[in-house]
Design a protein around this ligand. Structure first.
Ligand SMILES: O=C(O)c1ccc[n+]([C@@H]2O[C@H](COP(=O)([O-])O)[C@@H](O)[C@H]2O)c1
Ligand SMILES: Cc1cc2nc[nH]c2cc1C
Length: 354
């Protein structure tokens, strides 16, 4: 079992800059305007550098969906009942939830994980990795013990490692957990040292009055656990969730295995930021997808130094935005994989000015 000391000692190797340059050069040789594929050219250079592969093989992809419950739902910070977590997770196990439909269209495998659903046993088709049945209410006590948080991180790390070993070239992240936009807002406010009012949103739908209660709950959690002074691991224990901790582990495990990991909405973004704070260098392995409607998302992605590609007000979760990004990456890659170069169309290559 992973301990805190071992975790602190993990080292992330930087992506390969020679491959990065080679991929950019290959884009320039294609019969198209220079930089015609915009940010996708740089994103693919990063993916090549991460995988140390200028061929940019991203043929096998999986989305890891961490499902867990949150004790903070006692404070009525979500429009949905806690039972929805298990119900949507069960649909995921059957292949019928939103992310499953989209992943089928995009050629991405869905790996739902029960890392903390508040039910006895795990739904059929969902990987049984329950650390405990939901977290504790963070305005009464710490949401998780150190051991529970480490266990969740380790589950994510081991899963990413196993998937890399099985030949997945790109991983995407997702989650399902009623109440997890409250835990995410609390973790984000602490890690960004900002006022919860600025970054707490309506999650899966709340009235204006309920949003004020949600903000007050986040403020109370931060004050009670003195989180503006805490490190990322302590923040996770105090106000985080098993899904967030598990996804942090996926980001760390992906980075250690040289696999790019696509971030999804606000919960996944918060997990990536926590992972970067715990193990510096992880962010070099994070691939953007969309800018969630939750206000914290933009701030977190900015802090991570990654720019979202889609800005469509998505707020569904489950990894749906990340899966959409996988589809876009596949489409964009076709012109790189089946190269038509300047030489093929008998035109002299363009040169960069300045
Ligand atoms: O991905 C996002 O940014 C996102 C934004 C709002 C809601 N969600 C999803 O909605 C659920 C959490 O909403 P809530 O209001 O219960 O905190 C959870 O299952 C998430 O997958 C997800
Ligand atoms: C039905 C439902 C499906 C979801 N999928 C991700 N978060 C969700 C929240 C709700 C409420």
């Amino acid at each position: 079992m992973l301990d805190r000391q071992q975790m602190r000692q993990l080292k992330i190797e930087p992506p390969d800059q020679a491959v990065y340059k080679e991929v950019l050069g290959n884009w320039d040789a294609l019969a198209k305007p220079l930089d015609g594929m915009g940010e996708f050219e740089e994103l693919f250079a990063r993916i090549g550098a991460i995988r140390r592969d200028p061929a940019l093989d991203i043929s096998r992809k999986a989305v890891v969906v961490m499902c867990a419950d949150n004790g903070i739902v006692e404070e009525k910070i979500s429009q949905s009942g806690q039972d929805v977590t298990a119900k949507v997770a069960a649909a995921m196990g059957r292949g019928t939830s939103s992310v499953c439909r989209m992943a089928k269209a995009a050629g991405v495998e869905v790996i739902p994980v029960d890392i903390g659903i508040n039910e006895e046993g795990s739904p059929e088709g969902v990987l049984p990795c329950k650390v405990r049945r939901g977290t504790r209410n963070f305005i009464k006590e710490r949401a998780m013990t150190e051991q529970e948080t480490l266990a969740a991180i380790e589950i994510g790390m081991e899963l990413a490692k196993r998937l890399a070993h099985e030949g997945y070239k790109l991983l995407a992240t997702g989650e399902m957990g009623i109440g997890n936009t409250t835990t995410s807002s609390a973790v984000a406010a602490a890690l960004l040292s900002c006022d919860p009012k600025e970054i707490t949103g309506k999650g899966a739908g709340l009235s204006d009055t309920a949003l004020l209660r949600k903000i007050a709950v986040v403020e109370e959690g931060i004050q009670m656990h003195e989180l503006y002074q805490a490190d990322a691991f302590d923040v996770l224990c105090a106000v985080g969730g098993l899904d967030i901790a598990g996804l942090s582990g996926v980001f760390i495990g992906g980075a250690l295995a040289h696999v790019p990991v696509v971030v999804d909405g606000v919960i996944s973004a918060v997990a990536a930021l926590a992972a970067e704070r715990m193990i510096p260098g992880v962010r070099d392995y994070v691939i953007p997808s969309h800018k969630s409607r939750e206000p914290a998302a933009e701030r977190i992605l900015e802090k991570l130094g990654i720019r979202p590609v889609l800005d469509a007000g998505l707020a569904l979760g489950e990894g749906t935005g990340a899966v959409m990004m996988c589809g876009l990456l596949d489409i964009a890659r076709t012109i790189y994989g089946e190269r038509t170069t300047f030489a093929d169309i008998d035109v002299a290559p363009y040169h960069r000015f300045g």
